[in-house]
Design a protein around this ligand. Sequence first.
Ligand SMILES: C[S@@+](CC[C@H](N)C(=O)[O-])C[C@H]1O[C@@H](n2cnc3c(N)ncnc32)[C@H](O)[C@@H]1O
Length: 183
Amino acid sequence: MDEHQLSFEEINKSHRKQISEIRKNRIPISIITDGINDIGNLGMIFRLADALRINKIYLYNLKGNFNFKLLKKKSRSTSNYIPYELINDFSQVLNLKENCKFVILDKTNKSVDFSEFIPEFPLCVIIGSEKFGVAEEMIQLADYSVHLPMFGVNTSINVATATSVILYDLVKKYQKNEKFHNK
Ligand SMILES: C[S@@+](CC[C@H](N)C(=O)[O-])C[C@H]1O[C@@H](n2cnc3c(N)ncnc32)[C@H](O)[C@@H]1O
């Protein structure tokens, strides 16, 4: 073996170190999925959460016999790394609200264009199901609502697509804020 080549053990060690660094340095943004059961969408949301080092995913109101093995496949195994928790009781949502601001991603009567939103952290982002959107009780509880402007015929887009656009913007705003405070 060439002296500059890493051994299998060294590669493994550096990979474990990298994962532990990622675990320690997460962005203070969590996601609450409100009644989303579509495994394809959940898989995409996990991959996105991994890409952005999102703090945690709360799966609220998951119905029936959920296939976690399939979620692992659809999420390309990122469900092994992203902390997630199943919550079914609204009181658990209320507990989360004690420690972070809530922002709804949906078109509501008080929502603003996402690009104008000035976030506060830690932040919980709430996203809704294809069929029902975000539940009214969540909308009432939230501090803010943001939407992606829609210029076409439809009034909404796919939930994972909407979440991607808005989360990238939020993470950018968080990083800018950090830089400003650490100057
Ligand atoms: C397909 S939409 C729900 C449509 C549902 N039939 C309704 O009318 O509320 C699923 C989720 O994607 C997100 N979403 C879709 N389009 C959006 C947009 N333009 N702005 C913000 N969020 C959006 C929201 O979280 C929404 O709850």
